[in-house]
Design a protein around this ligand. Structure first.
Ligand code: GDP
Length: 298
């Protein structure tokens, strides 16, 4: 029983006598171990297949390395490929030339959007910005209140429709919030949108309408890392229905082994930009592809 991919690969190579250039037999033996480890990390199968193909091609053409044994060579290739899929460098937020910068959050209900709005608000404030959180989740009865509470804890301002004004129109709220931000000198607007428990045409349309109303500089797709390979279906639906520029993985403090990160990045071609790893406001950081690759590799 081997826990990590690194262990698996090291064990495989212990029985192989080859040195220097990797033989095809070496590579086939390692491909099996990589497949098992990635499936155990809950990476989606098509992503595993594409990944292994890529690693095989690179390993076969790899230069003989005097410094590394075959196991180390494969581990190096696997690591580089993982980091590559995850985007290489940490991707930073794009700010608008003319403030306010508009960041829209989209994702399923329970993904952690509202919590993230607070975390992002605090993070932006710590970076010297004046963020405004906007409550456009008018679907869930308590969502506006929840965002207000989160904003207060984060020490940032919130824009929310007044209670008692009926259900309200989230598109109008979003539009008005931009004007409000301009007049009150908030330089980043974070728009929290409604989620559903499943993918839903009406939800997608509403998010698309908000998008068209506020022309976000960044649309961030928020996804619970614990759902593993299921993240692919959700991500694809949001990509088709709303489109997004970057991904935020939440609940990485759970038992998530990184499958969601790899699957979403590979399938959508969008980078994970932030990682949320706890219920506290400070459990939040920029996403580092190299660290996630190490987590997957073990
Ligand atoms: P929303 O429906 O997308 O707005 O999701 P919420 O922000 O309401 O979060 C749903 C639940 O997940 C809440 O109980 C949060 O406290 C919890 N949550 C959010 N982010 C994290 C996280 O990074 N780690 C953990 N453990 N829980 C989280």
């Amino acid at each position: 029983m081997f826990d990590t991919l690194s262990d698996r690969l090291a064990a495989t190579f212990k029985n192989l006598r080859s040195r220097g250039r990797l033989s095809e037999a070496d590579i086939d033996a390692t491909a099996r171990e990589i497949r098992i480890a990635l499936l155990e990390a809950d990476v989606a199968l098509p992503v595993v297949r594409a990944f292994i193909k890529q690693v095989k091609t690179r390993a076969l053409g790899a230069e003989v390395s005097q410094a590394l044994n075959p196991a180390q060579q494969v581990i190096k290739i696997v690591n580089e490929e993982l980091v590559g899929i995850l985007g290489g460098e940490t991707r930073r937020l794009r700010y608008a030339k003319q403030p306010p910068t508009v960041i829209m959050l989209a994702g399923l209900q329970g993904a952690g959007k509202t919590t993230l709005a607070g975390k992002l608000g605090r993070w932006l404030r710590n970076q010297g910005h004046a963020p405004l959180l906007v409550a456009c989740d008018l679907q869930r009865p308590n969502a506006v209140n929840q965002l207000s509470v989160v904003a207060e804890r984060a020490g940032v301002a919130v824009y929310a429709p007044q209670p008692g004004n009926g259900v309200g129109d989230p598109v109008q709220v979003a539009k008005d919030s931009i004007e409000y931000a301009r007049t009150k000198q908030f330089d980043v607007v974070v728009v929290d949108t409604a989620g559903r428990l499943g993918i839903d045409a009406e939800l997608m349309q509403q998010a698309a309408d908000i998008r068209d109303a506020v022309s976000p500089d960044e649309i961030l797709f928020v996804v619970d890392a614990m759902i593993g390979q299921d993240a692919v279906t959700t991500a694809q639906a949001f990509l088709d229905g709303v489109g997004f520029d970057g991904v935020v993985l939440t609940k990485l403090d759970g038992d998530a082994r990184g499958g969601a990160a790899l699957s979403v990045a590979q399938v959508t071609g969008r980078q994970v930009m932030f990682a949320s790893n706890g219920e506290k406001l400070d459990d939040f950081d920029a996403f580092h592809p190299d660290r996630m690759a190490s987590r997957i590799l073990g």
